[in-house]
Write a protein that binds this ligand. Structure first.
Ligand SMILES: NC(=O)c1ccc[n+]([C@@H]2O[C@H](COP(=O)([O-])OP(=O)(O)OC[C@H]3O[C@@H](n4cnc5c(N)ncnc54)[C@H](OP(=O)(O)O)[C@@H]3O)[C@@H](O)[C@H]2O)c1
Length: 377
């Protein structure tokens, strides 16, 4: 199921705290960074916070710049992003600023929480997602029912921790502020848990007055054939970008492929007809750059914009077999091979019969097909 792009945004002290335990909200950054946050908000379709942040900070979560609001309207978007609060209990102050400022407000909650929030008179569209609040259901609802494509999450720590642990966060925008809190009772950005393996990728650092913004994206592939994680989507998007680099052909598809170790290390990438070889396929080009003795291949994932081929006339071994022979047992692809050159080529079937998990993320099919439009009629 397609999900919104989920951006976690927070500021922390040097010792990793989101706030202190005093009654007032601790201001961790300054005017220039608040203005940057305003810009990020203006680019979002929705901004989400947990009920704990409403209770602790009583925030408004507005786009403060009149120019940015005007630009949103000019683009045909609502003046303010949708404001979304999540609560299990529904124990919310109906007088909180959140419910009385900005544009549309949505409370996503449980059956029990909805009853309580209605009883309290919370001024929002109150939607229950069942007995429990599952994050994937929250994101699917926002995507499908509310048209949210870009979701900014502004905390607090409980919400950030769950989204990261469930590998649903596409990006972290973290501001490090030069002060200490030093109180173990204060809220931390990320709590304990089984986080993704390996290192995240640093996209950017930016000095803003005396704070530093760091932007990270997750890299470690998901596992099995179940729901894809955020890193799976990033890598498949890269494979689709590589497909767009292929020298054009009237007799073969343009495909991109990336081989990624379980800890998120990129092992190799390739694309069709790379390096002047007129018949090389993307997976073949990428796998040729790996060391066949590399033990990481056994737990690696191959991302391919088009499913690996099951039959080919140009070389003796099709790519589905090359993937299996390399020891790889997980493939994420955007698009099943159409009958353009081979009838009923079932590369995914070959992979599955060989013990590999195949995940098809059809929401990327448009990007995978884009460089192949001339072959598809
Ligand atoms: N520095 C920053 O950038 C920043 C940003 C935001 C917040 N903060 C700080 O973070 C602190 C608040 O963080 P927090 O961790 O206490 O609260 P939080 O993450 O804002 O909210 C937690 C609450 O959200 C609801 N919730 C979250 N996940 C849920 C789930 N899966 N199912 C049902 N309900 C769920 C629950 O509400 P119910 O209790 O109603 O069930 C839960 O108690 C405050 O001190 C605030 O100042 C700092």
């Amino acid at each position: 199921m397609p999900l919104p792009y989920v951006l976690l945004s927070a500021a922390v002290s040097l010792d990793g705290f989101l706030d202190d335990t005093g009654p007032e909200r601790l201001l961790l950054s300054g005017p220039a960074d608040f203005d940057r946050v305003d810009e990020v908000r203006a680019a979002a379709d929705a901004i989400l916070i947990g009920a704990g942040t409403i209770r602790a900070d009583n925030p408004r979560l507005l786009v403060n710049s009149a120019e940015r609001r005007a630009a949103r309207i000019a683009e045909g978007r609502p003046e303010y992003p949708l404001k979304v609060a999540v609560s299990g209990t529904g124990e919310l102050d109906p007088a909180a600023h959140f419910w009385h400022t900005g544009g549309d407000r949505l409370l996503l909650t449980t059956d029990r929480g909805a009853a309580r929030a209605r009883e309290l008179g919370v001024a929002a569209d109150i939607v229950t997602l069942g007995e429990e609040l599952e994050w994937r259901a929250v994101l699917e609802y926002l995507h499908d029912a509310r048209g949210v494509r870009r979701l900014m999450v502004e905390g607090g720590g409980t919400v950030h921790t769950q989204l990261l642990l469930q590998e649903l966060a596409d990006e972290i925008q973290l501001v490090l502020a030069p002060l200490f809190v030093g109180d173990p009772a204060a809220p931390r950005l990320f709590g304990p848990g089984a986080y993704q393996r390996g290192r995240l990728r640093l996209l950017e650092t930016r000095r803003i007055e005396d704070v530093v913004l760091m932007r990270y994206v997750p890299t470690a592939p998901g596992t099995g054939r179940g729901a894809a994680n955020a890193a799976d989507r990033h890598w498949l998007a890269l494979a689709c970008e590589l497909a767009a680099r292929c020298p054009p052909s009237r007799t073969a598809f343009s495909v991109g492929a990336v081989v990624v170790a379980a800890d998120g290390t990129e092992l190799a990438r390739g694309y069709s007809r790379e390096g002047g070889d007129p018949v090389v396929h993307a997976e073949e080009a990428a796998l040729a750059k790996t060391d066949p003795a590399d033990p990481r291949l056994a737990t690696a994932t191959v991302y391919s914009s088009l499913e690996p081929c099951a039959h080919r006339s140009s070389r003796p071994v099709p790519c589905a077999r090359l993937v299996l022979d390399a020891g790889v047992r997980r493939v994420v692809t955007a698009w099943r091979e159409p009958d353009t050159f081979v009838t009923a080529a079932d590369g995914s079937g070959v992979l599955a019969a060989g013990g590999a998990d195949v995940v098809v993320l059809a929401e990327y099919a448009g990007r995978a097909k884009a460089p192949n439009g001339h072959l598809l009629g």
